[in-house]
Structure formats: C-alpha cells, structure tokens
Write a protein that binds this ligand. Structure first.
Ligand SMILES: Cc1ncc(COP(=O)(O)O)c(C=O)c1O
Length: 373
C-alpha cells in the first residue's frame, strides 16, 4: 500500500452511485445512510448536478480570486435567500476545517483577543486551530496545543460567563447539533444566553454548520431553531454534494479588509456551480421538508424496536444502543449492504442519508436492523 494509512478502510469499492444508492465493483447495491460524512445532500449523480458541472466544465473550470467570478455573487445571494439569514457576507474556501480556521482567525483579528471557548465532545476539523477546538486529546499536537481553548459543557450559562468575564475570549464556537461527538444539542435558552453573553463581553459567536447546514436538519441551518444570529456561520459538506467547497458567512457588523482572508481555489467556477445545483434541487424538490418528514417516519418506525434512543433532527440522526455498535455497523455493511456512520460515542450509529431519501429506502434499514439485533 503506498497510501499514508490514516483511515481504517471498509473493503467496499464504489464504482457508481444513483440517488441514495452506491454500487460496488461486483455491482452490489448499497443503501447509503451516511452520505460520505453528510456530504451527499441531493443524492448521488443527480442529473441537475451532473448537467450543471458538465456545462460549467465546458465553459471555464477555474480562475483566480483576483478576477471577478459572477457565480460567487449568485451563489451567496441564493444561500442567503434560501436560508432566510439576513445581513451576512460570504467568503469562500474549500473545506470545513478551512471554514473553521478562517472564522477563528477573523474572530481573533477583529476582537484582538485569543482564547476560544468550545464544547465538550465537539468536532471542528483537523487543521491547527480547528483541531485545537476539537475535544479529543489523542489527535492534538504540540502545535495545536498552543491555541488557547477552554472546553465547557452545554447548558451551564454560569460557566460561560465566568470565562467571558476574564475579557480574553475572541470566540465561542458551537455545533447546534454535535456531529462526530454524538448528536447532543444545547437548549434554546442556553443558545440565547450564549448569544447575549457574547454581545455583552465582546466575543464573537461562531455557529459551526459544516455538518448540520444546507437543509440537513429540516431548517437551512440548525441554529435557526433557536432564533439566534451568530456573528459567523461556517459551511461545507452538503454545500457541494461532493465537490469540495466551503465558506463562512460573516455578519456585516464585521468589516472586511482587502487581504484579510484569501484562498487560491475557494469559490472557483466549478465549486460554485456544484453548490448552485445543490440549492436548485433543495428548493425544487423541497428537500428540507422531506428531511423533517423523514425524521418523523424514522422516529415512529424505530420506536417499534426496543432499546434504541433516537437523537438529532431532520436527517442528521443518531441511534443510541445499550451496546457498542462496531459489530452492528460492520454487519450492516457486509451482510445487509447499508452504510451508516460511527461517532465518538461508541454506542451510537450516525444516520446522514441524502436529503431525498424516501420511506421505502428507510424501510430496508428498519428490516435489516430488526434482523441483526
Ligand atoms: C461540525 C464539523 N465541523 C468541521 C468539520 C471539518 O470539515 P472537513 O472535514 O471538511 O475539514 C467537520 C467534519 O466532519 C464537522 O463535522
């Protein structure tokens, strides 16, 4: 093997995909309830997506950010319109970690402070500041440990104020629903407290929507359930349905300066076309509504199987068992041909299917689960 082996690989070789299904080299059909870590939002090989990318590739695939790219403006306007958030401006990058890195850098630059508050069980990516805000000591390095981060539990307002009062915090970074950590969520009261305390003490509130954004929870952004207005929103994953694209939406209270942020590839023509196609399909096929509908169906169906707790929202769900799920996940893949995800909670299976999944696709999972447990 000539690869630097950082991934514990499942032995499946996907050759093509269609909707919620992936086909391997032996033409075995797999139900994709994982969407490659919540990336496949509108389904594999969606014709609108293929068409948009092919057309764009035939025109121009890339040019630098020092020349006008009208697709960037078009995409940011569409995101703002479909999400309903107001008074934000977009900066494009290529991945979730990059979005987080830029958000944190901006917060530190603007507030002239350096400490960050993140949360127990958080995951924000693997670049230096992003990993420092990730609650996992095993993957920290001497370099990342130089970033000053305090980890707090959800839902304890007094602890946040105790830290903010020290007047050295540049940002609070929060996942409205934790992804890798296992689908835990803060309460609305807590989110509102955090928002007002950030305002009171001059720290910026960063909503990490890398996994939960772009319609996955039934709202465009997961934080919208709490009716708060973060200062910076980070996005990636489902944004490009597999084409690498990320970004930060920056409240227009925060003023931009030439040269403050930058990226060679961020927001290139192909990336923007992929995301425009994603938004068109989300809107046309009412995928946010479908995510909410499928959540209800999911919860109802799972309630018929004993001993499983369902966490999360929309099609960002976690199934918590009273045993470790590694063997179950293996059996789902190898015996039932169903992809699911793991989490840092070893008893939890993550369910992150394409947002256009239907009841009869989910029924296959419920049947498999009944047979396996
Ligand atoms: C909430 C959250 N933030 C950031 C990231 C990092 O994204 P990427 O892997 O694109 O760098 C992830 C990835 O899983 C994530 O779940």
């Amino acid at each position: 093997m000539s690869l630097f082996e950082v991934y514990p690989l499942y032995n499946v070789k996907p050759k093509y995909g269609e909707g919620c299904y992936v086909y391997d080299d032996k033409n075995i059909k797999y139900l994709d309830l994982y969407g490659g870590h919540a990336v496949i939002s509108i389904g594999h090989s969606h014709p609108v997506y293929i068409n948009a990318l092919t057309k764009q590739l035939n025109k121009i695939g890339f040019y630098s950010n020092y020349i006008v790219n009208e697709l960037q403006e078009k995409l940011s306007k569409k995101i703002i319109k479909l999400s309903g958030v107001k008074e934000y401006k977009m900066f494009y990058c290529n991945s979730g970690a990059e979005a987080i890195e830029n958000a944190l850098k901006l917060a530190s630059y603007k507030t002239k402070k350096r400490r960050i508050i993140a949360f127990k069980n958080s995951f924000h990516g693997r670049s230096c500041a992003a990993i420092a805000c990730t609650d996992n000591n095993k993957i920290q390095s001497k370099l990342s440990s130089q970033v000053d981060v305090s980890f707090l539990p959800f839902d304890q307002t007094k602890l946040i104020e105790k830290e903010l009062i020290k007047n050295d915090v540049c940002a609070i970074i929060i996942e409205s629903i934790q992804g890798v950590g296992g689908l835990d969520e803060p309460t609305t009261k807590y989110m509102k407290d955090v928002e007002s305390l950030c305002l009171k003490y001059g720290a910026l509130l960063i909503a990490d929507e890398v996994q939960s954004g772009f319609g996955r929870t039934g709202d465009f952004f997961a934080f919208q359930k709490h009716k708060i207005n973060p200062d910076i929103i980070t996005i990636a994953k489902g944004m490009g349905n597999g084409f690498p694209i990320g970004g930060i939406l920056v409240s227009d209270k925060i003023k931009e300066e030439h040269g403050l942020l930058g990226s060679t590839f961020g927001g290139n023509h192909l990336a923007c076309s992929s995301s425009l196609a994603v938004l068109n399909v989300i809107k046309k096929e009412k995928l946010m509504k479908n995510a909410s509908k499928m959540e209800k169906y999911f919860r109802k169906s799972i309630s018929k199987i004993n001993g499983i707790k369902v966490k999360g929202r929309g099609l960002m769900l976690g199934l918590e068992f009273n045993f470790e799920v590694k063997n179950l996940r293996d059996d789902l893949i190898y015996k039932k041909h169903i992809f699911t995800g793991g989490s840092s909670n070893k008893n939890l299976l993550r369910i992150l299917p394409p947002l256009n999944i239907k009841r009869n696709d989910l029924d296959k999972f419920f049947k498999a689960l009944n047979e396996l447990i």
